[in-house]
Design a protein. Structure first.
Length: 260
């Protein structure tokens, strides 16, 4: 019977049970003994802070032993639903583990919904919200989940979402009041397209006379088109552009009333 020994990897320092022949073969090739994962470069990867499905890696923990005395790198992970668990690096890298299991539970729940709203527009809006925040494969993920926007744990269940928000009114969709904050009660409302467009983070907001409005609203209050007002501001600056009546271009006139 082959002689077996306990050997420690020179790279990750994990301990393994191997035959003497296996150890000697590796040492003969490289001069030191390293486990297969380290030899392939896997254990040298820093997974801290990375996302794997619904898992966010919080940090490395002590390696875990899995059969035949072999130890694997292990990482403390937080699921999007809030659950925390230890997952091996190989399970993360291969996609074997993508969540604590809540994804499967949600899928099962979706197949057996009893609220009778699975075919409604409100339900589709809820599903789309979860996807763009939690599914890296969706086109909108980089603008939401990819930049840290999350859905609160309570809204992982549609019943809670509909209880907090009610059904979506015709012509409206979900809108976050603070574009840099998460989806959840207190930061979400049903809004029409005009309101949502004004609330985009890419909008140009202008402060004058104690009022802060986007360029579109300033143009409307001055009975001007947006392009003309933008050109005025570029040439004259904010104060002159907003206080010179439409059609005037020379000198300063009496300040126009500020609509609050």
């Amino acid at each position: 019977m082959a002689t077996r020994i306990q050997v420690r990897c020179s790279a990750c320092k994990s301990q393994f049970d191997r035959t003497l022949k296996q150890v000697n073969q590796v040492i003969k090739k490289t001069g030191v003994w390293t486990c297969a994962a380290c030899a392939a470069g896997h254990n040298r990867l820093d997974l801290d802070g990375k996302r794997f499905g619904r898992w966010i890696v919080m940090g490395r923990v002590e390696s875990r032993e899995y059969g035949h005395g072999e130890k694997k790198s292990a990482w403390k992970c937080r699921c999007d639903c809030g659950a925390i668990s230890v997952v091996t690096g190989s399970a993360l890298n291969t996609g074997k583990s993508k969540s604590c299991g809540c994804g499967s539970r949600e899928s099962t729940g979706a197949r057996s919904v009893t609220h009778g709203m699975s075919k409604t527009r409100t339900y589709r809006i809820w599903q789309a919200m979860l996807n763009r925040c939690r599914n890296p494969k969706t086109a909108m993920y980089p603008r939401y989940g990819g930049r840290g926007i999350q859905v609160c744990e309570r809204w992982s269940a549609f019943e809670n979402f509909i209880s907090d928000m009610g059904e979506c009114p015709p012509g409206m969709s979900i809108d976050r009041i603070d574009n840099d904050a998460n989806y959840g009660p207190g930061n979400c409302r049903w809004a029409d397209r005009h309101t949502q467009n004004r609330n985009k983070s890419s909008n140009r907001f202008i402060v004058h006379g104690g009022s802060k409005m986007c360029l579109t609203d300033w143009a409307r209050s001055l009975s001007m088109d947006q392009a003309s007002l933008a050109e005025r501001i570029e040439k004259w600056g904010v104060t002159r552009a907003l206080t010179t009546p439409k059609g005037k271009s020379n000198g300063f006139s009496q300040p126009m009333p500020v609509h609050r």
